[in-house]
Write a protein that binds this ligand. Structure first.
Ligand SMILES: Nc1ncnc2c1ncn2[C@@H]1O[C@H](COP(=O)(O)OP(=O)(O)OP(=O)(O)O)[C@@H](O)[C@H]1O
Length: 232
């Protein structure tokens, strides 16, 4: 589903004549299979978000190769990435990243508008999705009128609305209380089981790592070999 080969990434900081290379990811090899829930853990600064941003096409690798759904995306232009993302990837963030001036309904509808889906069809899909995430009564609420857990459900609904086979999540439970976190995790597990959606989840949270089929650990930009896999 996602194949990462010898992927390295450096940032360059400082002024032109004093440009300094900051190597962040170092020869990462990794394969994520269809239907897996994979958590990515590691200390702050270990490169987790950089890896997710590479998988999303928001940054380009310095070297190495990346395939998603058997498509080589390494050299994609921004336009190609934008269309690939809208067909294959959904995103969930710690800070929800909802548009404050749009209602729950409009936030969920947005990816369909961007895909050029007709209004009639959008209405059916958004209403179904509001039911599915238990927010049918909150469709006209703005993000500021929703609890953290409800906002996260809107953001999950927005990620799901285009039926992506893969969802990439950066600390999705980071802003939630214990109970809401458990709700979100069981919803993720349910989506994974019933709809075979592949999840890649960055987390600091042991409970998220607990629902994952596999945990990948980054340390200073290197992937730490998984003992179980290394022993096979
Ligand atoms: N745009 C950038 N320019 C320069 N350095 C960057 C940039 N983005 C990230 N870095 C550096 O890359 C390293 C890895 O950052 P990254 O955000 O991937 O870590 P992380 O594991 O996700 O951390 P956290 O858990 O705190 O979110 C850090 O040392 C960071 O300072």
């Amino acid at each position: 589903m996602i194949k990462v080969d010898e992927l390295s990434h450096s940032f360059y900081v400082g002024k032109k004549n004093k440009r300094q290379e900051v190597p962040v990811l170092k020869s990462i090899n990794l394969e994520i299979h269809e239907g897996e829930v994979v958590s990515i853990v590691g200390r702050s600064g270990s490169g987790k978000s950089t890896l997710l941003n590479l998988m999303s096409g928001y940054i380009k690798p310095t070297s190495g190769d990346l395939h998603i759904k058997e498509t080589r995306v390494t050299d994609f232009t921004e336009a190609k990435w934008a269309s690939f993302r809208s067909d294959h990837l959904g995103f969930i963030f710690q800070s929800f990243q909802l548009i404050p001036s749009m209602t729950a309904y409009q936030n969920i509808e947005l990816p369909l508008v961007m895909k050029g889906i007709a209004e009639k069809e959008r209405t059916v899909l958004v209403e179904q999705m509001l039911e599915k995430v238990g927010l049918a009564d909150y469709s006209d609420h703005y993000p500021s009128e929703l609890s953290g857990g409800q906002q996260q459900r809107v953001s999950v609904a927005r990620a799901l609305i285009v039926n992506p086979p893969i969802i990439l999540a950066d600390e999705p439970t980071g802003s939630l209380d214990q109970e809401t976190e458990e709700e979100l995790l069981s919803f993720i597990k349910q989506l994974n089981k019933e709809e075979n959606i592949t999840f890649v989840i960055i987390t600091h949270d042991d409970e998220v790592a607990d629902i994952a089929d596999r945990t990948i650990r980054l340390e200073d930009g290197f992937l730490v070999p998984n003992e179980e896999e290394a022993g096979r």
